[in-house]
Ligand binder design. Sequence first.
Ligand SMILES: [Zn+2]
Length: 121
Amino acid sequence: MRSPRRCSRNGCPRQAVATLTYVYNESTAVVGPLAAFAEPHTYDLCEPHARSLTAPRGWDVVRHEGEFEPPPPTTDDLVALAEAVREAARPAPRPPEPDQGHENPHQTGRRGHLRVIPPNH
Ligand SMILES: [Zn+2]
């Protein structure tokens, strides 16, 4: 099981939603959606750090302008989500019990070990 990726900035506890890639031969820092795999010269960043990134002197910044989507939830997040949904559903009244399984013992059709033989057909 993988753990959520954290922002690579020192002391930053936030979840990474973007990946910063330094393209050295173009002197460009690219801030894009979170990369699926960590590669050399890439740094995961949280949204505030991704938005506030400034390029080193002489570098350009190319920034993804759309929303930064958080990565898919981990198993733990899914469990938490399922529990939240269950919690939210709890106040709903239970559906009424179906009215069955309460045969009147005095009107049962069973007659011991005998069974009804259907008429000739
Ligand atoms: Zn950060």
